[in-house]
Design a protein. Structure first.
Length: 216
């Protein structure tokens, strides 16, 4: 049997989109900032064509807003926007938590336990572990979604979480929120360990309700 052809390298515009996406997530480009296409293209050593294609990708994700004759801006989300995003995430991830509780294998449960243990360690590290906590928090949620095994739900959540990241620090940086978030993850874990789908969904909805309150 012939070996499959090697995967094509990622298109330049996709690399540029990821570069800008990370700059938006780490606040190098803050909500409301104008995106200076000329300066960015020069800094990256590229033409404006792949940059504009990258901006179209980010606009489709909701991270960038294109304004007629004014260019591209990092999206500013209103309180209603965030409430709407959290509402949809609560519905989708609660449903995933229930499905996970029903179908999770012992090996997958061990993975979630290990991720939760890492979350606990990052929380204990205080400010030094904050960024690691953010990353682990997302990994925990996405692994739960993967176990629930619905690729359409996973894609919808991935897109919504990109918008949520515009305000991520607003919630998790509040005093006591990381500890509260960790406790809420623990409650979800406990329900999943009991294979209690109803409780897993309820605890996940409560988790998002708390997150929205902290983000306000």
């Amino acid at each position: 049997m012939n070996a499959p052809p090697p995967l094509a390298p990622r298109a330049l515009y996709e690399e540029v989109a990821e570069h800008l996406r990370q700059r938006i997530f780490n606040r190098a480009l803050a909500p409301g900032d104008w995106i200076d296409e000329v300066r960015i293209a020069e800094a990256l050593g590229i033409s404006r064509t792949p940059l504009r294609e990258a901006l179209k990708v980010l606009a489709a994700e909701g991270l960038v807003t294109m304004k007629v004759r004014r260019g591209a801006y990092v999206t500013e989300s209103s309180a209603k926007d965030m409430a709407d995003v959290y509402h949809l995430l609560a519905l989708l991830e609660a449903d995933a938590a229930a499905a996970t509780a029903e179908r999770i294998t012992d090996a997958e449960l061990a993975e979630l336990r290990a991720l939760h243990a890492e979350l606990e360690a990052a929380a204990r590290a205080g400010a030094a572990g904050r960024e690691h906590f953010f990353a682990l928090n997302e990994r925990f949620h996405l692994r739960l979604l993967e176990i629930a095994d619905n690729r359409w739900r996973l894609q919808m959540v991935a897109d919504l979480r990109k918008v949520m990241k515009l305000h991520r620090h607003n919630s998790l940086l509040k005093t006591g929120r990381i500890a509260d978030s960790l406790a809420e993850h623990g409650a979800v874990m406990a329900a999943v360990e009991r294979r209690d789908a109803t409780a897993a969904a309820a605890r996940m909805r409560e988790h998002f309700a708390s997150g929205l309150e902290a983000a306000a």
